[in-house]
Design a protein around this ligand. Structure first.
Ligand SMILES: [Fe+2]
Length: 252
């Protein structure tokens, strides 16, 4: 299995606080049956310059890559980032370094509080520049849940989307939202978005187990192969998206 989104790189964001925690998280990923991991630390252009981020990411990589436990790991690692959406991103000269390593896929998260201004236009601009946005944990955003046709339009426009395994392990509103997105075929990947060994842990296997019960093995294998293809910089086979419809006050 491949995990395209996790915060294992130590000391760079709100993920692994130390090299020991990072190594423990790697062990947990192995126990989950994960063999390919994309390291995706947060990049917020409003809080850190692009140059500082690239430098800090490099230092964190060097620290992790120097450890024997890392070298002995059965996992293949690549490095990318989780880019916080901002219109300022389009002003950067080098967007490639923010993509998932060796690919044109860019993992992008949004504010959970308010719908970002210019979201559709900016994402379409990125697509026109040759990048494929992967929208992180789409079940988190209230403005998508209130009007899922926004997510539908983004996916129809060429964006891909992932949900978090953690969401499926809690019976909350987010799980209900995620289930609807899955049924509409607006989701392409399951990721751990793991941040530590105690909270928000590597748990992608448990997430897939929930999906297996709900949607069957063939669907799970499609999701698994999507993540692997993206890790390898390949295109995924897209499914036919269903348009959410409003009936009375519910999206069905
Ligand atoms: Fe994340």
């Amino acid at each position: 299995m491949t995990d395209l989104h996790c915060h294992i790189l130590p000391g760079i964001d709100d993920g692994a606080k130390s090299i020991d925690i990072a190594l423990e998280m790697i062990k947990m990923q192995e126990e989950q049956g994960v063999n390919k991991v994309m390291l995706t630390p947060h990049f917020k252009i409003d809080e850190m310059t692009y140059q500082d981020f690239i430098q800090k990411r490099k230092e964190s990589q060097q620290l992790l890559f120097s450890r024997e436990e890392y070298k002995q790991s059965s996992i293949t690692f690549k490095t990318g980032s989780e880019v916080y959406f901002s219109l300022k991103l389009l002003e950067l000269d080098d967007l490639q370094s923010l993509c998932l390593e060796g690919t044109d896929y860019m993992l992008i998260e949004f504010s959970t509080k308010m719908k970002p201004y210019g979201i559709k236009e900016a994402l379409m601009d990125l697509i026109n520049l040759g990048y494929t946005p992967i929208l992180a944990h789409v079940e988190r955003y209230g403005y998508f849940a209130e009007n899922p046709t926004l997510l539908y339009d983004l996916v129809m426009g060429g964006c891909l989307a992932h949900i978090n395994a953690e969401t499926l392990l809690n019976n909350g509103v987010r799980k209900k939202t995620a289930m609807k997105y899955l049924k509409w075929d607006l989701v392409h990947f399951l990721c751990s978005d793991s941040h530590s060994c105690e909270h928000r842990i590597p748990n992608i296997k448990e997430g897939y187990d929930v999906l297996r019960k709900e949607f069957g093995e063939e669907y799970v294998q499609w999701l698994i192969s999507n993540s692997e293809k993206v890790f390898d910089g390949k295109e995924i086979d897209l499914s036919v998206v269903k348009k959410p419809k409003k009936f009375l006050n519910f999206w069905i």
